[in-house]
Ligand binder design. Structure first.
Ligand code: ADP
Ligand code: MG
Length: 505
């Protein structure tokens, strides 16, 4: 009996020891895996780092590139496109105007009525629709017929008070969010598609003519009277409400900026013939490039797999179309190099499956158990990850978005430096007489990324203060303009009805 007890006790001890050994081994393995993940996270943080010193170097690089792009055509990756907009709306405009806005993800149609005073601006109707993905690589005819048919429906639902009953042709501004070489306020040719659009045989075509043709084929009584870059629309809207507005930036699917430049600084345009002595310049800043940009292996892979590789490098670090995909790439790499996310999900390997709105939802998840993060990961084929892994995902979102917002702040500061509103002196490529005390300076900002992503806004504001210093930043007002691009284009059309063609560029 005694021997049996001894044997059983020994056996139990052996089992206990083995179980303990297995558990310890597992724990050691788990710790090792976690340490690997912590190492990967550290690497990630380092490669995405944007210290102030580096941001300031970028500010200088942007101002220098802006100058180079103004001196000669092709002088910089920044195209610094002329817009032929010199007088911005001021509130005195009158009449009823339309705008059709083709963005990267949405198109919008609006009708505004202007009564001659700022306070009488009335947005009578506004429609916002997702752009069907089938259009992105369709044909010019399909795209413009789709836009014309949407316009037709918009007009058909107008009531009796509509402009048509007064027998006046409708005047429409076409707000276009892709690079165009303008030949006048009402015409311009497409330089290239961006943001995932790939409609062949359109580069070099007059965009306003394409829309007018589609509108005419449907027999609509609409005159496409202005072709307006979306940033220029936002600037117009900003200026309408606040004359201190000197620049506008869009943070939506893509990113771009425009600003008011003195004509004597636009050296590549010999005779801009503006009455105001200034002209709005569309920077097309999405294509900015500098060796100071913190380019990581994720950016390189994203670019290589994109439809427009070696192009739009800045946009690919800050545009809403891309942030989700950068986060996806980081999670995928971590799941390949450690199994903390479980078996590798095939969904996670699909480009663009993680959208930036999901990134902000995860980043701003304030539930103690991070339920939102868990739900989004589940959608990505990564169910049931422990809380510490969910926290890691939040951290990844933070790292990617913080870099984007800080680079965005450097971009804005670059414009301020160029025009001498960064507190450092007279500006780049401007006469010494421009040196002046820091004036109140308003930058209009528009776009779904900016308006919907609080952490992006907060990081951008923080970096602006860091770059400019509190004393200067106090004079810089960032003003959010919802639907500013569309409304502002209609305002711009109202304010500059006369169309001039300048050919001596
Ligand atoms: P468009 O680029 O077509 O003019 P928007 O300015 O509305 O349209 O921007 C849409 C983009 O904004 C989306 O593609 C997405 O990248 C980003 N976005 C929209 N909602 C959110 C959100 N909640 N959080 C973060 N980004 C968002
Ligand atoms: Mg937009």
């Amino acid at each position: 009996m005694g021997r049996v007890v001894v044997i059983l006790t020994t056996a139990a001890a052996v089992v206990a020891c083995s179980v303990a050994t297995v558990m310890v081994r597992r724990r050691v393995k788990r710790r090792r895996k976690w340490r690997k993940v912590v190492g990967l996270l550290k690497e990630l943080e380092e490669s995405f780092e944007t210290p102030l010193e580096r941001l300031r170097q970028m500010v200088d690089a942007i101002a220098v590139e802006m100058q180079a792009g103004l001196v000669s055509e092709g002088g910089s990756k920044l195209k610094m496109l002329l817009t032929f907009v010199d007088d911005l709306p001021n509130g005195s405009e009158r009449g009823t105007y339309y705008a059709l806005h083709l963005g990267g993800s949405y198109f919008r149609i609006i009708r505004v009525h202007l009564g001659g005073q700022r306070s009488s601006l009335e947005v009578q109707d506004i429609e916002r629709h997702s752009i069907p993905t089938s259009l992105l690589n369709s044909t010019s005819e399909v795209l413009f017929d789709f836009l014309a048919s949407s316009l037709q429906r918009f007009i058909e639902k107008e009531g009796h008070e509509s402009i048509s009953s007064q027998d006046v042709k409708r005047e429409l501004a076409f707000t276009f969010s892709f690079p165009v070489k303008q030949t006048s306020l009402s015409s311009g040719v497409l330089i290239k598609w961006t943001k995932g659009f790939a409609i062949s045989e359109m580069a070099g075509e007059d965009i306003a003519e394409c829309l007018q043709g589609a509108v005419d084929r449907r027999g609509l009584d609409i005159h496409v009277a202005a072709l307006v870059n979306d940033t220029v629309g936002a600037l117009s809207y900003g200026h309408y409400h606040d004359p201190d507005t000197i620049a506008a930036v869009v943070f939506g699917t893509g990113s771009n900026a425009c600003y008011l430049e003195r004509t004597d600084a636009i050296i590549k345009c010999q005779n801009p013939r503006t009455t105001s002595g200034s002209m709005v310049v569309n920077m097309e800043w999405g294509n900015f490039w500098s060796s100071r940009l913190p380019r990581t292996s994720y950016d390189i892979e994203l670019d290589a797999e994109s439809l427009n590789s070696n192009d739009m490098g800045f946009e690919k670090m800050i545009g809403g179309m891309y942030l989700g995909d950068i986060v996806r790439r980081v999670i995928l790499r971590m799941s390949q190099e450690s199994d903390i996310f479980g078996p590798i999900s095939s969904i996670l390997s699909t480009p663009f499956v993680l959208r930036t709105n999901s990134v902000s939802a995860m980043h701003e998840d304030d539930t103690p158990e991070l339920h939102e993060v868990a739900a989004i990961l589940k959608h990505l084929g990564v169910p049931k990850v422990p809380l510490k892994v969910r926290k890691l995902v939040v951290k990844i979102c933070d790292v990617v978005t913080r870099r984007a917002a800080r680079l965005a702040a450097a971009g804005i500061s670059g414009i301020l430096k160029k025009v001498g509103r960064d507190g450092s002196g007279e500006g780049v490529g401007r006469r010494r007489s421009d040196k002046q005390m820091m004036k109140r300076t308003v930058v209009a900002v528009e776009g779904g990324l900016y308006s919907n992503y609080k952490m992006f806004r907060e990081y951008m504001d923080e970096a602006l203060i860091g770059i400019l210093g509190e004393d200067v930043a106090r004079h810089v007002v960032i003003k959010a303009m919802e639907d500013g691009s569309s409304i502002g284009s209609a305002l711009l059309l109202a304010s500059s009805h006369s169309v001039r063609t300048i050919s001596n560029i």
